[in-house]
Ligand binder design. Structure first.
Ligand SMILES: [Zn+2]
Length: 276
């Protein structure tokens, strides 16, 4: 029997491995190969597939990640719930380095990314998907968010419950004026990978929960030199153990039967695609 997993974890910058004992599985999809092999293991009796979002050697910038292949590959292994830990910049002084935000909203400021499976374009395997419009009013899974919040509190890391993640195209960081503008909108954190990951998960009827670790104050919220990648990685390294702990506890506590709206995201649509 081919290896299966029920929960997927897509690790971002600084988060290149998750489990100690893993089976490495290479998969292909109708959208091309995912960012890397998938690493399958077990946490508290739950089967998990870990995928390093940028590849294990961080060779893929946010704008070149094959988000469709990543989500499709996870679903193909049996995954139905996905956790997306990621590094973000804080847009407010009270969202400083080391803050954990479990966002409940998202603003797409990316420019050039494929953000749907249902684009009417013939796939590599000859299948032609129909057009479909999924609801995205609440981009994140309410069940997954609740479990992640409880997991963080269980490790005495008070998370920010809700907030808006602004997703920029990258790979560059924001100019000060852009950052001040994002902050002025009332948004909380800024990242480069949260979109289209969240919407593509929804389009495959997967639950998706973002765990946004703030690694720096974004250019408009601080007064120093601006954001550097070295700073991001340094703060990430300082927090990786507890973030990994929160993700492990979240995996263990995710519901075994889903009763959230994510399950029926495609209800009423003839997508022309059979989901794996
Ligand atoms: Zn859900």
């Amino acid at each position: 029997m081919s290896p299966r997993a029920e929960i997927g974890v897509i690790g971002g910058s600084g988060f290149y491995s998750f489990l100690d004992e893993v089976t490495e599985v290479t998969v292909d999809t109708p959208y091309g190969p995912p960012s890397d092999a998938l690493f399958l293991g077990e946490v508290a009796g739950r089967t998990v597939a870990f995928l390093p979002r940028h590849g294990r050697t961080h060779r893929l910038p946010p704008n070149r990640i094959n988000y469709r292949a990543n989500l499709w590959a996870l679903r193909g292994l049996g995954v139905r719930q996905v956790l997306g830990p990621c590094a973000t910049g804080g847009l407010r002084p009270d969202r400083g380095p080391g803050t954990l935000v479990i966002p409940d909203q998202l603003v797409d400021r990316t420019k050039n990314r494929v953000q749907t499976f249902y684009d009417g374009e013939t796939r590599a395997d000859g299948v032609v998907p129909n057009v479909a419009h999924v609801s995205f009013a609440d981009p994140y899974c309410p069940s997954g968010r609740a479990v992640a919040l409880a997991a963080a509190r269980g490790r005495e890391w008070e998370p920010v419950d809700g907030g808006t993640m602004c997703v920029i195209e990258g790979p560059r960081f924001s100019a000060r004026a852009e950052s001040r503008w994002h902050a002025a909108q009332g948004w909380d954190v800024v990242g480069m990978t949260g979109h289209p990951e969240a919407v593509l998960a929804r389009e495959l009827e997967l639950c998706y929960t973002s765990l946004a670790l703030v690694t720096d104050l974004d250019a408009g919220a601080e007064t120093g030199e601006g954001v550097s990648h070295a700073e991001v990685l340094k703060v990430f390294a300082q927090n990786i153990d507890r973030l990994r702990g929160v993700v492990l506890d979240t995996v263990a506590a995710l519901p075994t039967e889903r009763d959230c709206l994510c399950v029926n995201a495609l209800q009423g649509w003839d997508t022309g695609i059979e989901l794996p």
